[in-house]
Design a protein around this ligand. Structure first.
Ligand SMILES: *Cc1c(COP(=O)(O)O)cnc(C)c1O
Ligand SMILES: [Zn+2]
Length: 441
């Protein structure tokens, strides 16, 4: 049974539907879209997913994204047929999501105040382009391929462009990337060059670059920012891999950094579906961690108190908040450039997900993210500053006793370090908590 897949507007009073082979980023009333599967999917697939870990030469089994292809089957193919898969599914030779799964990290557990066995962190930096973005780019490019797209386009704080450019070059598709001038980590910019993207620098921040790229996309290029619901389908597999590692026992928490809020929204969508299909009986809580300097969600959720309200969310509140930011010239400002975003495109999906999971939003200073990043390093894993928001946020939520000592927590380390000067600077400054400055001989 394949069931049907379609695109559906998330606004409960609008709910317009479109076929999956239509390209649109929003409904005609300008609301976000979801990919919806009309039939429940049987949990006996768990065994099949596990068996595929012995890939037997099939790159779609090797891929940590396509291994779960029945749960993201918007292309409506016979998922058992290698031939059909290879006609449509885009993969970097099975590399996306292949190595990422949750690991125990004792030093991070000590740092956040948790028992060693109860904290698990999943390094998505092990993806081929070095961030979780590859999970979603594999599915976005698959949809682009279904539509015969010749050119993709995105705005990026760096990792989206690296991932988009990598897949585009591999698929022989052109790739335009709009980046905020001077605000992208050197290692990420280098990847966009290396993979042959057309780089367009925009004066301003990420929000300005996104507005520009969306304007340009109407000239016929296919947008791969996280507004694209097909991208979010691939990112759901981050949750699948984590749950599979726990034998589908549900943790108490998933913790994500929050930028444009695509990743946290894909997680909650995955959980909503698994719950409605009866694969999980308990709903884990989701914590989203903002940078204090880019804390739109934190403010709107905790201070303004806006809620999804079963879909009766007051969207004007968000517009008013953005107007207030503009009037007072409040710009997002954090050294964690991957989450330096003032107008998170998926904020409504995030509110929906927070409601479903009884979630929380926390914020952390740059200094706290630095310590979080450094302590992950001392456990033998490498992550970038934005990912440091996860240990930093868990620590803060532990201190407030929102996360309990014996809760099981899975934190997503979203990307690997692509700015080598960040750890060098951190470790040469003895005032930093985990600094290990070089000695003189
Ligand atoms: C893109 C990115 C984020 C933010 O993810 P969103 O889906 O935009 O919230 C966080 N960390 C890293 C490393 C990223 O590349
Ligand atoms: Zn709509």
């Amino acid at each position: 049974m394949k069931g049907e897949a379609l695109q559906r507007c998330i606004n409960v009073r609008c709910s317009l539907e479109y076929p999956v082979n239509e390209y649109r980023i929003r409904c005609e009333n300008n609301h976000l879209l979801d990919i919806v599967y009309t039939r429940s999917i049987n949990s006996s697939l768990k065994e099949k997913f596990y068996a595929r870990r012995n890939p037997e030469g099939n790159i779609y089994n090797e891929s940590g994204v396509w291994r779960f292809r029945e749960l993201i089957n918007f292309s409506q193919i016979d998922t058992d047929s290698y031939e059909e898969c290879s006609k449509i599914l885009v993969s970097l030779d099975g590399a996306e999501g292949r190595l990422s799964k949750p690991y125990k990290m004792s030093k991070v557990a000590d740092y956040v105040g948790m028992l060693h066995d109860y904290l698990l962190l999943q390094p998505e930096g092990y993806n081929p382009s070095g961030s979780f973005k590859d999970n979603g780019m594999a599915t976005a490019l698959t949809h682009a391929k279904m539509l015969n797209v010749k050119k993709i386009i995105c705005a990026s704080t760096g990792n989206t462009s690296a991932s988009a450019a990598m897949y585009a070059s591999n698929e022989d598709v052109e790739c335009d990337v709009y980046i905020p001038k001077g605000e992208v980590a050197p290692g990420k910019l280098a990847q966009a060059f290396q993979f042959g993207a057309n780089i367009i620098e925009v004066e301003g921040n990420f929000d300005d670059a996104l507005a520009t790229s969306l304007k340009e996309s109407y000239k016929g290029a296919y947008t791969v920012n996280s507004l694209n619901p097909f991208r979010l389908e691939g990112q759901k597999t981050i949750v699948y891999r984590a749950l599979e590692a726990l034998d589908w026992e549900v943790p108490d928490w998933f913790v994500y950094p929050g930028g444009a809020l695509g990743n946290s929204s894909s997680a909650t969508k995955a959980l909503m579906e698994l719950y409605s299909w009866g694969w999980i009986k308990k709903i884990p809580r989701v914590a989203i961690i903002n940078a204090a300097g880019a804390d739109t969600l934190y403010k709107i959720y905790n201070e303004v108190g806006l809620r999804w309200n079963k879909g009766s969310v007051d969207e004007n509140t968000i517009i008013e908040y953005y107007n207030y930011m503009d009037k007072n010239n409040l710009k997002p400002k954090t050294e964690a450039t991957a989450i330096q975003i003032g107008r998170p495109s998926n904020i409504l999906k995030a509110l929906r997900g927070l409601e479903f999971t009884n979630g929380v939003v926390e914020r952390v200073e740059d200094k706290e993210m630095y310590d979080g990043m450094a302590v992950v390093g001392l456990n033998g894993f490498d992550c970038e500053l934005a990912s440091g928001a996860v240990p930093a946020g868990i620590k803060k939520l532990r201190e407030k006793e929102i996360i309990k000592k014996d809760d099981i927590v899975i934190g997503i380390l979203t990307g690997r370090q692509k700015d080598p000067m960040i750890p060098v600077k951190y470790h040469t400054d003895t005032r930093n908590r985990f600094a290990r400055p070089p000695k003189r001989y």
